[in-house]
Design a protein around this ligand. Structure first.
Ligand code: BDR
Ligand code: CA
Length: 310
């Protein structure tokens, strides 16, 4: 199985991504590292443990990392995810313990202890933990097989400001560190995730399976989609983070292009904007495979089939 570390700020869509990974035998989740993002760290690390227990996998080690972005103040998203970050179902308080080791140390140690090309990083929130690990121990960069992340918005613009997507906006400096690291990067931006809508039909298909995990997942999505439905009148909300895990399982669900991506860190107006050289008009290094399209029906079929296994 392919070994992955999920770095996350759950978040209903993060929760679905974690469930998808834990349900998939092709992947081995060696650890889950929590970061501040959608809600503060004390909630994201607890939410990660709640989801491991929901999946019946309390053996998955969960670590807490950065409490705040590298340089900026923390911005959260309770207006989307609710006060707890996981509003929707009433999940019990977790009984599994939080690991004592800091998430950043865990990432560094795990990479140094494994062969090159063994560990894939899957960031689903602000990139603070990943950047801190790269800064603390630069020798990890060549040891990372790949970073597959959810973040950015190109043709779609932003979802937290007109220019910026939430994960990149919250810690644009960390995003710059990651994008300049030389590690192979696959990006799932809003251009992809806004095509992966949790329509009524798709959520009902999940609910119809009737298992405790699928019922809880449907309740998470019911809460999550109300934001986009009320604000934009869409049928369902964008299921961002599970796209990262789906890519590892079935890369042919996605289409994109390799090009240069940089992040704006100098202007308040466009802070956290991802700038992509789609037409390769510069000589800047092609540092990311940026996805633009998804087979959304195939994606939801995969998600539903996998969650039914838990
Ligand atoms: C990203 O921001 C968070 O609210 C979601 O969990 C996702 O990772 C989308 O912009
Ligand atoms: Ca997230």
């Amino acid at each position: 199985a392919r070994k992955i570390i999920i770095d996350t700020d759950p978040g209903q869509d993060d929760a679905l991504a974690i469930l998808l990974a834990l349900a998939s035998p092709e992947l081995e989740v060696v650890g889950i590292t929590a970061v501040a993002g959608n809600v503060p760290l004390a909630l994201t690390e607890k939410n990660a443990r709640k989801i491991c227990e929901l999946a019946g996998r309390p053996d998955t080690p969960v670590f807490a990392g950065a409490e705040r972005p590298l340089l900026r103040d923390l911005v959260t998203a309770e207006h989307v995810h609710g006060r707890t970050g996981l509003d929707g179902p009433d999940l019990p308080e977790p009984r599994m313990a939080l690991q004592e080791q800091c998430a950043v140390d865990f990432i560094v140690e795990t990479l140094m202890a494994h062969d090159e090309d063994e560990i894939t990083l899957c960031p689903l929130g602000p990139l603070t933990n990943i950047a801190l690990a790269l800064i603390r121990e630069p020798r990890i960069a060549p040891r990372i097989r790949e970073i597959v992340l959810m973040g950015g918005g190109f043709f779609e613009g932003g979802n937290v400001t007109p220019a910026a997507e939430f994960n990149i906006y919250v810690d644009p400096h960390a995003a710059e560190v990651v994008l300049r690291s030389g590690v192979p990067i696959v990006m799932m931006p809003l251009d992809v995730t806004h095509k992966a809508l949790t329509t009524r039909k798709r959520v009902e298909a999940l609910r119809d399976i009737g298992t405790p995990v699928c019922l809880a997942a449907a309740m998470l999505l019911d809460f999550f989609e109300r934001f986009d439905e009320e604000k934009y009148g869409t049928d369902g909300g964008p299921l961002h983070d599970p796209c990262v895990i789906a890519y590892l399982l079935q890369p042919d669900l996605f289409r994109g292009r390799t090009c240069n991506v940089t992040v704006e860190t100098g202007s308040e107006l466009t802070m956290g904007m991802t700038v992509m050289d789609w037409w390769r008009v510069t000589e800047r290094p092609q540092n990311a495979l940026v996805m633009r399209d998804i087979d959304a029906d195939g994606f939801f079929a995969l998600l539903t089939e996998r969650l039914a296994r838990l």
